[in-house]
Design a protein around this ligand. Structure first.
Ligand code: FAD
Length: 275
């Protein structure tokens, strides 16, 4: 049985990147995604590229979610962007706090994603389906697991419709997080974010920064493959497809793939799952 899938892209920086992404999307559309989302550089740095990619996805007949980060933003700027997104026909947002590069002060009129969710609801009612981020292994800046769960609860109570998790390789962390959220009376769908493994160095750097744990046995295997890209990809496919199978068995309501603007690894996982 296949579950709803969604695919995440980042806005391409060059015309060549945009062209390549069009081809990648066409390949992924074979999986009939529920929606495709486009990330948004904190501070609005990618607004133009994000909105352009979102427009293209909508024009291709696929539901598109614009990520939307509020750090450094003002109410007036958010209001104006919401109006623009609505005029574009966007019906789905991934509402985030975002991370500013170090050196920037917090600034802005929003402190947390829950402030943004509440603002979007107050300003636009039910015009948008609002997704928020969830962290089964805890957001790296949170004081504690419990404080982070409360932060998640605040986003759900402010009006989020569903959640997408940070990627992880420990299925138990996901199940535990979902159980604890349900224990607080939060019933919104919590969709696991899936990171295909296609390389080693970047994955390790990225995971350290975002607080996703790479289990020791996976880390050691990856290190053991050295520069052997084919072996890394084959191993990555085994590991991530097995993780997805576990998540399906655990009752995940869908899977959200961090495609990194590539189709091959994501499609290979879907194929392995028989989807
Ligand atoms: P929040 O939910 O606001 O949480 C941020 C931190 O503050 C957490 O540690 C939380 O525990 C704490 N906190 C929250 N509320 C309170 C409170 N009331 N009191 C005290 N502490 C509190 N980043 C981008 O820049 N662009 C993107 O497009 C993007 N897409 C993402 C998509 C997904 C699915 C995920 C999981 C992450 C994405 N990110 C993106 C990364 C995200 O912006 C960072 O993880 C950011 O640091 C936190 O954003 P948030 O929305 O989870 O913040």
């Amino acid at each position: 049985m296949s579950l709803p899938v969604s695919f995440e892209f980042f806005p391409p920086k060059t015309p060549e990147g945009a062209e390549k992404l069009r081809a990648v999307r066409q390949q992924l559309y074979a999986q009939q995604p529920q929606f495709c989302s486009v990330t948004y550089g904190a501070g609005g740095s990618t607004q133009e590229g994000t909105f352009a990619a979102v427009r293209e996805i909508l024009a291709e007949g696929v539901d598109a979610a614009s990520h939307f980060s509020c750090i450094g933003a003002t109410r007036a700027s958010v209001r104006q962007q919401l109006a623009e997104l609505k005029a574009m026909g966007v019906k789905r947002l991934v509402a985030l706090r975002g991370d500013l590069p170090s050196g920037y002060g917090l600034g802005g009129e929003f402190h947390y994603a829950s402030d943004l969710v509440a603002f979007i609801r107050a300003e636009t009612g039910d015009d948008f389906h609002i997704e928020v981020a969830a962290y089964p292994e805890m957001h790296p800046q949170a004081r504690s697991m419990d404080a982070d769960l409360q932060a998640f609860a605040a986003k759900a109570r402010a009006g989020a419709d569903s959640a997408i998790t940070q990627y992880f390789f420990n299925a138990d962390a996901y199940s535990r997080f979902v159980d604890e959220a349900r224990g607080l009376g939060l019933d919104i769908p919590i969709v696991p974010g899936i990171m295909p493994i296609t390389g080693s160095t970047q994955l390790m750097r990225f995971s350290d920064a975002c607080g996703a744990e790479i289990p020791r046995w996976i880390r050691l295997r990856l290190q053991g493959f050295g520069d052997d890209a084919a072996s890394i990809r084959a191993f990555g496919l085994d590991v991530v497809a097995a993780l997805c199978e576990q998540l399906v068995r655990a009752g995940a309501p869908g899977l959200h793939f961090y495609t990194m603007n590539q189709s091959a690894a994501t499609l290979a996982i879907c194929q392995r799952l028989g989807w």
